[in-house]
Design a protein around this ligand. Structure first.
Ligand code: TYD
Ligand code: MG
Length: 458
């Protein structure tokens, strides 16, 4: 007889505790911890998958073999037909992988996957399981979006055991489960959406995917109040975790990869939400860089690196004499600590005193910049605003600033310059070590070594 233990699990981050408490120490959320029972027996969910898989061709033989003998021909990736989605997944769907698509309710998760299966259906067998909407609702949406639906197999189901059984019969290449929080596993007593149901359900589907080679997409809602177990608690058991989020601009959605066993993370894909569903934005730099003809002081375009590609965004700074004893420093889209550090470097090594000024910094379009390449543009924008001298709108900048006032190179300098040139920029202010030997024809490269060079430029 297996021993049954009681543990307390946070629904938002999955942290475990030996006893109940009001606040989760890991993620800081309140009232998200609930009791679950775990035992040493093979879980109900996993045995559900095992029951359904008996009789599936790929299910037999999980023996030990040499790594070099493992057959690789099935590892051919499947392309979704959406370049942006494929890139975020690391270059298409890997057979047998489990992808978690998270996002706030209404982010467009169902829309994205419905559009994707309809595209996929032209060259692969697909099965869409809807647990949230009825078959009619899905059909109506597909009709409204004018999607080709002839070859899309669909079922309305909320039992994991049934889903595994149906999928073993249908043998699709890709299985969509919308959403994991409404699914339930036979033998698990708690309500759908609870930590134990979500975990058992996902574990069963993961095991099913691995054994059968079917790629599984799980939709998971991100909820703040903890009434549903969030995707965070599933992150460890899936191969790839992708979040669909909307930034400041409600028209656009970014697809961001947080974990990927088969590719780079931090890759982003950009989509626009239109009345015809989600459309790919192939050139996101163009939307983030939608600038006016005349540029005001304090604005400058910069090249940041997102995943495996450069992205051009506009950075704005406002420096204004403070009316308060304690001047304000505010940065949106960049690290506030880094702003404080750069202001000190500017003072100590550039002799530029902003201690009596309010300083505001904003990255246009709600983009979050996490890399240090934004240091040089940030200093240029600050100086430009402080001296009320606009920077030519065809100028682009990137580079890191060190604590001793030196300008340090950043990775992928050449690619950044090439992207800026492609977008029509004529002048690039770059770290000396990033300056190319041969600049693109018609592009002026200004190589800078110290913070003093930036001050001379403005
Ligand atoms: P949905 O895919 O149902 O969201 P999720 O599954 O993530 O909860 O998308 C719902 C939102 O998308 C809703 O707010 C309306 C919007 N939407 C459009 O703007 N245009 C469209 O063509 C569709 C299908 C949805
Ligand atoms: Mg939905």
């Amino acid at each position: 007889m297996a021993k049954v233990k009681t543990v307390y699990v946070c629904a938002s981050c999955g942290a475990r505790y030996p006893r109940w408490q009001g606040q989760c120490r890991e993620c800081g959320e309140w009232n998200t911890i609930s009791e679950i029972r775990v035992n040493d027996e093979p879980s109900a969910g996993r045995s559900a998958a095992a029951r359904a898989m008996s009789g599936f061709a790929g299910a037999s033989g999980s023996g030990v073999s040499n790594l070099n003998n493992v057959k690789l021909e099935k590892a051919q990736r499947l392309y979704t037909g959406y370049g942006e989605f494929d890139r975020v997944l690391g270059g298409g769907i890997v057979p047998g992988s489990v992808v978690l698509l998270g996002g706030n309710p209404g982010a467009g998760k169902s829309t994205l996957l419905l559009q994707t299966v309809c595209k996929l259906a032209s060259h692969a067998a697909v099965l869409y399981i809807t647990g949230e909407e009825s078959l009619q609702q899905v059909a109506l949406r597909a009709q409204r979006l004018m999607l080709p639906t002839e070859r899309v197999r669909i079922a309305a189901e909320t039992s994991i055991d049934e889903i595994c059984r149906i999928a073993a019969e249908e043998k699709p290449a890709v299985l969509i489960v919308d959403s994991i929080q409404v699914m339930h596993v036979q033998g698990v007593e708690s309500a759908p959406g609870s930590v134990s149901q979500v975990r058992e359900g996902a574990a069963a589907l993961t095991q099913f995917a691995k054994k059968t080679g079917i790629a599984v997409f799980l939709i998971g809602h991100v909820t703040k109040d903890g009434t549903l177990a969030g995707p965070k608690i599933l992150e460890h058991c899936v191969d790839c975790s992708v979040i669909l989020e909307s930034g400041n601009d409600p028209r656009f959605r970014t697809l961001r990869c947080h974990k990927n066993r088969f590719g780079a993370v931090n890759e982003i894909g950009v989509f626009a939400m239109t009345d015809h569903g989600l459309c790919e934005v192939k050139n996101p730099s163009a939307i983030f860089l939608n600038r006016q003809e005349t540029v005001a002081p304090g604005s400058l375009a910069m090249v940041v690196w997102e995943g495996t590609r450069p992205l051009l965004v506009e950075l704005q700074a406002l420096v204004d004499l403070s009316q308060l004893g304690n001047p304000r420093r505010l940065s949106l889209g960049t690290d506030p600590n880094r702003l404080a550090m750069l202001l000190s470097v500017l003072h100590r090594h550039g002799g530029c005193q902003l201690a009596d000024q309010d300083v505001f910094v904003n990255v246009v379009g709600g983009v979050k910049v996490e890399e240090t390449a934004s240091d040089v543009p940030l200093i240029l924008a600050l100086l430009s605003s402080y001296h009320s001298k606009p920077i030519d709108r065809t100028t682009i900048a990137f580079g890191e600033v060190g604590l001793t006032g030196e300008i340090r190179p950043v990775p992928s300098g050449q690619e950044r310059i090439a992207e800026a040139f492609k977008q029509g920029f004529k002048r690039a202010i770059v770290p000396f070590d990033n300056a190319p030997k041969k600049a693109p024809a018609g592009m002026e490269i200004i190589a800078v070594k110290r913070i003093g060079d930036l001050i001379d430029l403005v």
